[in-house]
Design a protein around this ligand. Structure first.
Ligand SMILES: Nc1ncnc2c1ncn2[C@@H]1O[C@H](COP(=O)(O)OP(=O)(O)OP(=O)(O)O)[C@@H](O)[C@H]1O
Ligand SMILES: [Mg+2]
Length: 257
């Protein structure tokens, strides 16, 4: 059974068809990518899969269960967690506290339960703290754990966002343009991080414009253009696909890294 099955997902914004019957399957663990020019419909697809917008038509299945239009927190509790194209951190909280916020979908006490069941919450708190610090280690931010999130440079904020998403222990992690605004060195470490996350058993589905990152990291790629799926395949297949080359105005050189 597929971890994720997207079946003819469609989204209309008034007269605009942002996604036109998009279908694909994630049947094996690994790293999957959605690429396509600006406005192709990538973020809209993520929004529908993760429950942030209701599809006009079509279905989403997680482990065979229909999750179409479920609220995002219920989808997250089932193991599908996403990050946003624009980082959404709590600037006044510390780095480690930001990671702990991501854990809430997994702790039985929850945010309000924690107030009424203090004993249990304390036990969970100790575990949550350990786990949060381990995740900061994974993304390379352990040394910054007790600093305010606001002081982190942009590249590190993006890594923190990934750590926070990982705190929910997702089986499927959706990353929307994780390399946007990162320098070359940061992008190279992001590629290693994404691979490491996939190796620990969390399947990664990412949207990216950075071709080097995509071609070096993804096992399989889906290409969107004007709301339609125009190709799907391995990085080598995608780089050689005439429809994909056509879709990118920059031509072949944009796809070769
Ligand atoms: N809430 C909305 N209301 C109306 N139109 C929208 C809405 N969200 C997106 N769109 C439109 O839908 C189309 C697809 O947008 P989307 O954000 O999914 O593209 P994208 O592939 O993520 O682009 P980018 O690479 O620039 O992030 C665009 O034409 C966009 O203007
Ligand atoms: Mg987008």
């Amino acid at each position: 059974m597929s971890l994720l099955r997207v079946d003819a997902l469609t989204c209309h914004f008034g007269g605009l068809v942002a996604n036109d019957a998009i279908s694909f399957d994630i049947a094996h663990p690994g790293v999957f990518a959605i690429i396509g020019p600006n406005g192709a419909g990538k973020t809209t697809l993520f929004n529908m899969i993760s429950g942030f917008i209701r599809p006009t038509a079509g279905k989403v299945f997680l482990d065979g269960a229909d999750i179409t239009a479920m609220p995002p927190e219920r989808i997250a509790a089932r193991g599908l967690v996403r990050t946003f194209q624009l980082t959404k951190l709590f600037a006044d909280l510390t780095v480690v506290e930001n990671v702990k916020v991501g854990r809430h979908v997994r702790t039985s006490a929850g945010i309000f339960g924690a107030l009424t069941r203090l004993g249990r919450a304390r036990h969970e708190e100790a575990q949550t703290d350990l786990r949060a610090r381990a995740l900061l280690e994974l993304v390379g931010l352990a040394a910054m754990a007790d600093a305010k999130a606001a002081i982190l440079p942009y590249g590190q904020q993006r890594l923190l966002e990934i750590a926070r998403a990982m705190a929910a222990e997702p089986r499927l992690l959706l990353l929307d343009e994780p390399a946007a605004g990162l320098n070359n060195e940061e992008t190279a470490s992001l590629s290693v991080l994404v691979r490491r996350i996939a190796d620990t058993g969390t399947t990664v589905l990412l949207i990216e414009h950075d071709m080097r990152l995509i071609m070096n990291t993804a096992d399989r790629i889906v290409v969107l253009n004007f709301g339609r799926k125009i190709a799907e395949g391995s990085p080598a297949e995608i780089q050689a696909d005439p429809a994909v080359i056509d879709a990118y105005l920059g031509g072949v050189e944009m796809l070769h890294v």
